[in-house]
Design a protein around this ligand. Structure first.
Ligand code: ATP
Length: 231
């Protein structure tokens, strides 16, 4: 579904991403881990055509993302709060996203049902704009909006960050449910090794912009990752 070929991004002569080849097949859930500045967000931004590569290309279903809008119809993403329309209430925002995908008000309500535990009674019917929500609740709104259309591909940058422990566990279950129920292809970056290996069946480690390990998740993966990140 996703193919990265000779992808490179440099800022002022410094290379921050350099990936010769990465393939993600349809239905796969891939966790991207790496220390601060490893290039995770930059890679996602290039996959979503938000940043143009210095070299190379990202293909979605065989078509370069920089050359077409086709992938936007089956891709849901939340990288940061810049993805939100923060002068809307969550209800208005979900309605807007739903309309973009041809969903009725009823469809939107139904698709939000699995998110009710995750929202913890703090997102809907709060009579306030998204900009006035806490960082954690803004993240919940962004994740729900990204998943609302049941996209074939879901890209989330550090979805567990800023969430309280209960919400992190609920999100883990929610992502597993969405993956199983809709066979969503998922790309998830995270600093939380425990959570990411529970949700993702494959883990890619990025270091200084390069892929240094690419492994299927097994019962030994946490140990391997902890060993890798212990310096
Ligand atoms: N617009 C930019 N201009 C200059 N340098 C940039 C820009 N965007 C990213 N970088 C640099 O690219 C490198 C990779 O950053 P990126 O945000 O992709 O890493 P990350 O793995 O997501 O990090 P973190 O885990 O801290 O979020 C960093 O050194 C960062 O400073």
């Amino acid at each position: 579904m996703i193919e990265v070929k000779n992808l490179e991004k440099s800022y002022s002569g410094t290379t921050v991403v350099k990936i010769n080849a990465l393939q993600v097949t349809s239905g796969e859930s891939v966790g991207l881990v790496g220390n601060n500045g490893a290039g995770k967000t930059t890679l996602f931004r290039m996959m979503l055509d938000l940043v143009r590569p210095t070299g190379g290309e990202v293909f979605s279903k065989g078509i370069a993302v920089a050359e077409t809008d086709a992938w936007k119809y089956y891709t849901g993403s939340h990288l940061d709060e810049g993805f939100l329309i923060d002068y809307l209430t969550p209800e208005e925002y979900f309605k807007f996203i739903g309309e973009l995908h041809g969903l009725s008000q009823g469809d939107v309500q139904e698709r939000l049902l699995p998110f009710m535990d995750f929202f913890n009674g703090e997102v809907l019917q709060q009579r306030k704009y998204i900009r006035d929500f806490s960082k954690g609740n803004q993240k919940k709104i962004g994740i729900a909006a990204a998943a609302l259309s049941h996209p074939e591909l879901l890209v989330l940058d550090e979805p567990f960050a800023n969430l309280d422990p209960t919400s992190q566990i609920r999100l883990k279950n929610l992502l597993k449910y969405l993956h199983a129920q809709h066979n969503m292809t998922m790309l998830i970056s995270s600093h939380d090794l425990n959570h990411v290996i529970e949700v993702c069946e494959r883990i890619v480690i990025l270091e200084k912009g390069q892929i240094v390990q690419d492994m299927q998740t097994t019962e030994n993966t946490l140990q391997a990752l902890e060993a890798y990140f212990t310096v």
